[in-house]
Design a protein around this ligand. Sequence first.
Ligand code: AN0
Ligand code: CP
Length: 312
Amino acid sequence: MQHFTSVHDVDDPLGLLADAKACKANPSKFSKLGKGKTLGMIFYNPSLRTRMSTEKAAINLGMTTISMNADAGWKLEFDEGVVMNGDKAEHIQEAAAVMSQYCDILGIRSFPTLTDREKDYQDFVIAKFKKYARVPIISLEGSMVHPLQSLTDWLTIEQFKTKPKPKVVLTWAPHPKALPQAVPNSFVEWMRITDYDFVITHPEGYELAETFTEGCSIEYDQDKALAGADFVYTKNWSSYKDYGKILSMDSSWAITQKKMALTNNGKFMHCLPVRRNQIVMDEVLDSPASIVIEQANNRTYAAMAVLKHLLK
Ligand code: AN0
Ligand code: CP
């Protein structure tokens, strides 16, 4: 594995999952592996979990970490062959090469514009870092996918499943701000490599890009989708078709106890941060059905497995 920017970078996803399980079983077992190595993390957007869990993972492996909010550095030019007479002080070409002098692995968080679909779906910023850095790149959520989250989600389902092929439902829920499609795109991409009974449900107009969902089961009736579900993976996203737009605020799609009663004693999952009583009611988030905190805990072990592979 050269980089970790989507599931497609991973030669052996099952091996990576097994490694995440091993890291969880004994987090201090590999504490010498990263000695003398540095993880750099650049954040163009806010983060709680990704920042802390990836740093924690690096520490568990004996690495040192440097993290920087992108707005603390010089404003970077990403376009090629331009006259840099505007507000951008430095080109990604030098910046990424220089960061590679200080860091052995670089993580980047860069959300989509939600206005320029073509650019977003090239995962533009991460692609440029990949091109010009001289070290492995980890996506800390790009404009199209969030692979550290999805590996975590897979690990979490493996931990809580009570049958070999659980029914896993990805459901859209209403949210007042336009959010990226990265988390659902990525979740779909990783669920497709499992043999779970996987169903996606959302209102019309919220179809994800077909490159992700081709061949997936899509059910527009949320109640039907939730029937018998073992896991209810909830997430808001903005429209892909009508790019970046909010098409519905239908509160009947929020996850209530009544919705959870349709499931097979299903577990509630969300990548967090989550808006209480908007996406999901307190009665669900505060119930034993919710596994969101353990899910967030698993971020550390997924990140450890990824760093371990990239250190090799
Ligand atoms: C981001 C998103 O939806 O992609 C990050 C989730 C991990 N969420 C928000 O901006 C609220
Ligand atoms: N789930 C997740 O990536 O959370 P943060 O945005 O807080 O990192």
